[in-house]
Design a protein around this ligand. Structure first.
Ligand code: B12
Length: 214
């Protein structure tokens, strides 16, 4: 069984080179070589972390990061149909997903939404920079019993805590399981703010979300 090291290297190189067609090609080549869609998405995620490091070091600039992000989003879209699908037609729970207010990072959140959908959840993706009250409305008025809050910045992860507070104030905390994630988020933070679940990656999130169903 090949571990697709060459394909992973090519994907990482394409991410760091930040050109949309190059990223799409590396992902398509990896798929043609037999690499699983989930693995390709994880490899692009790892490449995106490298892009982040180069950005921090001043070797890449915001337009380059944005271009790499666009390339990854386009490649993920092209892979959606190839993601493994569990229990097609079964809706395990209605989940509202979004990136919290003040934060425009949505690549990881969108991957989580897609993977949850493939895992049999009914996902309402609210997008990015979502007003906190919109998450509450999804529980109150739209029947969501699970919520996924993504935050990619230390300055916005506190909004996850605020939303849990708003749910308590509205008497809705027991009606919904709250999942939190995003690069700066940790299990310690999730415990501290009283979230029901944290996971580091989209694939892990699907298993954890299923475990929450009891
Ligand atoms: C791409 C990127 C951007 C793109 C975003 C494009 C987009 N459509 O998302 C652009 C260029 C727009 C951007 C803008 C900015 N960015 Co930026 N960006 C990044 C970068 C390089 C990668 C993020 C990413 O997409 N990773 C790949 C995905 C797949 O990983 P992920 O998001 O972590 O998601 C995975 C897990 O975390 C988890 N997960 C994610 N969400 C959830 C939710 C739940 C519920 C669960 C369970 C799991 C989960 O599963 C995902 C898949 O496995 C990071 C660096 C980094 N290392 O994170 C900086 C970074 C997040 N950005 C940063 C900054 C500062 C900014 C800007 C303020 C820059 C500026 N000066 O304008 C603006 C933000 C403006 C705003 N108000 O939001 C900082 C944040 C620092 C901090 N304070 O914490 C970082 C860390 C870079 C840095 N070191 O400086 N950025």
């Amino acid at each position: 069984m090949t571990s697709f090291e060459n394909e992973k290297k090519a994907i990482a190189a394409a991410m760091v080179a930040y050109k949309v067609p190059g990223i799409q090609k590396a992902a398509a080549d990896a798929k043609a070589a037999g690499m699983e869609a989930t693995e390709i998405i994880e490899a692009m995620g790892a490449g995106m972390s490298e892009v982040g490091v180069l950005f921090e070091r001043g070797k890449l600039f915001l337009p380059h990061v944005l271009s790499a992000a666009n390339g990854m989003s386009a490649a993920v879209k092209a892979l959606e149909a190839d993601l493994p699908k569990d229990q097609v037609g079964v809706k395990l729970a209605k989940v509202c997903m979004g990136t919290v207010e003040g934060d425009v990072h949505d690549i990881g959140k969108s991957i989580c939404s897609t993977m949850l959908q493939c895992g049999g959840f009914d996902v309402v993706d609210l997008g990015r920079d979502v007003p906190s009250k919109d998450f509450i409305a999804q529980v109150k008025d739209n029947g969501c019993t699970m919520m996924g809050l993504s935050a990619l910045m230390t300055t916005t992860m506190t909004v996850q805590r605020d939303i849990i507070g708003m749910l308590k104030d509205a008497g809705l905390r027991d009606n919904v399981k709250v999942m939190v994630g995003g690069a700066p988020v940790t299990q310690t933070w999730a415990d501290k703010i009283g979230a029901d679940c944290y996971s580091e990656s989209a694939s892990e999130q699907v298993d954890r979300a299923k475990a929450l169903l009891g």
